[in-house]
Ligand binder design. Sequence first.
Ligand SMILES: [Zn+2]
Length: 414
Amino acid sequence: MRLRNRVLLLGVVLTMAVAGFGAKSANQKRLERLLKRAMIVDLHSDTTQLILEEGYNLGERHDYAQEDIPRMREGRLGAQFFSLNPNVRRLTALESVKRGFDELDAVRNEVRMHPQDLVFATTADDIVRARRRKKIAILIGLEGGHMIDSDPRVLRSFFELGARYMTLTHFLNTPWADSSTDEPLSNGLSPLGRGIVAEMNRLGMMVDISHVSDKTFYDVLETTQAPVIASHSSCRALCDAARNMSDDMLRALAENGGVVHINFYAGYLDQKFWEETQRLEERRRREQAAAEALYAVDPRTGGAQLREVNRKYREILPKVPLSKLLDHFDHAIRVAGIDHVGLGSDFDGVSDLLPVGMEDVSKLPALIEGLIERGYSDRDIEKVLGLNSLRVMREVERVARESRNEKPFSPTAP
Ligand SMILES: [Zn+2]
């Protein structure tokens, strides 16, 4: 190469490097600004079980699990919905009710133990107020209608105690709603199920359609007076799992004014990973069952053993890059619209199988960075991080205010 050409080439390379650096530092500034300004709301985590069963202290930093106060602070989390889990495979409906109360007590007790960092919240305004006081808002969602034992009075009790959404099913059907991972029983939402959805609207409890069958989903949209949420679901067009939402469902959810909160579980993000987990499922279940049996008598030792099984499968299974998670945000935003997408990490509920770079709540800034790099405006990113969730909460609260004079639902009323 002649000297003149070499100098020219060097010039081009240098210009590109400076431009690249400029873009990077501009992005860095945006990230810092967003981390200060944005309200991050996560609609779903399963840390509750650790608190109840293993005496997991949210105030301490742990080298396992995905959420505790130090890491929530690092991730700049503004609000977290802790889910109450019915454990449908082990418990009867009535036992699930009691289990729900135990879990709710455990979460509220953690909030009481850490008043400098946490505050219990039940409304969108509570979340905003918590933020002003530099605290993390903690909210409750019921994961699975099993926990109300088909009884609207139990539903009302959970609402009074602070629960603000209910996922209508979990992995198994409830007697009044079909799950996406069970054999159809009610052909979607039964008449009792419709009554329960209407009662949730009246109370101001968000209807969560994560986990339900497609038919139940469409029945819910036909029934509800308020926008609904998917608290932790991703996109079926990118990963064909029944737990994910089809494009048609995403569009219907948007039309209802609802919000899909993207699940971070690697198995719902990446088709190859999903197929691998299906192939290994039986083997993994067997190993998990042994640890779970131990868990039932000695939760701490059993918990450690479960995490050991998880670690092993994390090694075996393919690595899922963070870009896959961003692809789901991109896709949901493209199909449902920027006003209808939010965060539903499912932290501590996914056997530690998360994308590389999103191993726990402290890594949330990487998601913001990714959204900046994909060209979203600050305003759009703020919507996805939390404003959309606050908006849907406010609309649900408004519908409840407007139905103040309606009678409580009773399945046996004449
Ligand atoms: Zn779930």
